[in-house]
Design a protein around this ligand. Structure first.
Ligand code: NAD
Length: 360
């Protein structure tokens, strides 16, 4: 893929990194290129106070280096908070490859990326993210051992664990609001029936919940309707459904100034990343009395599975189920502190990071 240069107006310091609006004291930012395969990658290591940086690699046809850098900086910081709150002894990092996964992917490109990861000597451990597949993880594993999600590492697809974590998180929200986590007779509106959403729907159905489902993929909707006796709604209406829980499991930024006044459920608890369009939406939800399970806490089951790739299944499952306890702590503290659940989640992560800080 050809890299277009950023606009002439771009401040050159932005590309240097330290002046970048998303720069947040990142420990290391590596720009990697391999002429033979056409690899352009940025690896951002945000924080390693808790351990080596763990976070996936995203392949995307970014329009410019700056756009790719913005994503790498933002996502790697997000991983620091996610891993800290998941109780993992891993820091936060993320890699991006500037390429179109539909056209530019090759085993050689993956090998070249693996060599860049390997050169960091374990400071950064990579995994799957948007644009990459388990087969790509295998290819990366040919040139570095610092990769998760390969067949060598016991478990591949982490999405069942993400779904389990969201399920436990939903139970925790119900417990907090109603004093019981029982799902019998509760209605959950699941938006997005992909890897996570469909498995979540199965857990909820098995536990006795009534389901309302939506997806832009009609086959997925039909499967859910027939497997779980679910009611289908248009994707544009899933947040409006009168339900006990709205579980966004598709795209980010679905909770915003337009959808918040239309919400039909008193709880938001789903797997989608970056659900709030703006940080201020957390306050708007609290003002409306909606209990919000912060996305990066409730959807951590997948990264827990990657981090704890070497433990027995029952140990891993117990770790993932602890997401429910973490959320319970967040909900209680949010009430005591008079803060939003998103703010309290950040505070708890920062407390854990400070406690581990060798400089403090
Ligand atoms: P997926 O691609 O398997 O599924 C996404 C589903 O959403 C697809 O069925 C797609 O058709 C549907 N969809 C797309 N646009 C939609 C819309 N406007 N309305 C309704 N449905 C729509 O992805 P996934 O792995 O199931 O992940 C779902 C979400 O959870 C994503 O935001 C992802 O970033 C996040 N997440 C996933 C994991 C994981 O382990 N897979 C971990 C953490 C977070």
């Amino acid at each position: 893929m050809e890299i277009t240069s950023t606009s002439k107006d771009t401040d050159p310091m932005i590309l240097a990194g330290f002046e970048h609006p998303e720069f947040d004291g990142h420990e290391k930012i590596v720009f990697g290129h391999d002429a033979k395969t056409g690899l352009y990658t940025i690896i951002a290591v945000h924080d390693t106070r808790l351990g080596p940086a763990l976070g996936g690699c995203r392949m995307w046809p970014y329009a410019s280096t700056e756009e790719a850098l913005t994503d790498a900086l933002r996502l790697s910081r997000g991983m620091t908070y996610k891993n800290a709150l998941a109780g993992l002894d891993y820091g936060g990092g993320k890699a991006v490859i500037i390429a179109d996964p539909k056209k530019d992917k090759s085993a050689q490109l993956m090998h070249a990326f693996g060599r860049k990861v390997d050169a960091l000597g374990g400071l950064y451990i990579t995994g799957e993210d948007v644009g990459l597949t388990p087969a790509d993880m295998e290819a990366i594993g040919n040139t570095t051992e610092h990769v998760r999600g390969t067949s060598k590492s016991h478990r591949g697809d982490p999405s069942p664990y993400t779904a389990l974590g969201v399920y436990c998180g939903i139970q925790s929200t119900l417990q907090h609001l109603h004093g019981s986590s029982d799902l019998h007779g509760r209605t959950v509106s699941v938006q997005g029936l992909g890897n996570v959403g469909f498995t979540l729907a199965r857990f909820l159905h098995d536990a006795g919940a009534d389901l309302v489902v939506s997806d832009i993929n009609r086959n997925a909707v039909e499967r859910a309707v027939s497997a779980f006796a679910a009611r289908a709604v248009d994707t544009r209406d899933s947040h409006k459904v009168e339900a006990d829980v709205f579980a966004p499991c598709a795209l980010g930024a679905g909770i915003n100034s337009v959808t918040i006044p239309e919400l039909g459920a008193p709880i938001i608890a789903g797997s989608a990343n970056n659900q709030l369009a703006e940080p201020s939406d957390g306050l708007a939800l609290a003002d409306r009395g909606v209990l919000y399970a912060p996305d990066y806490v409730i959807n951590a089951g997948g990264v827990i599975a990657l981090a704890r790739h070497d433990v027995e299944d029952d140990v891993l499952e117990a770790d993932v189920r602890r997401i429910g306890d973490t959320l319970a702590e967040i909900f209680e503290r949010a009430e005591t502190d008079g803060a939003t659940t998103a703010t309290v989640a950040d505070r708890i992560a920062e407390e854990r990071l400070s406690a581990a800080d060798p400089r403090s």
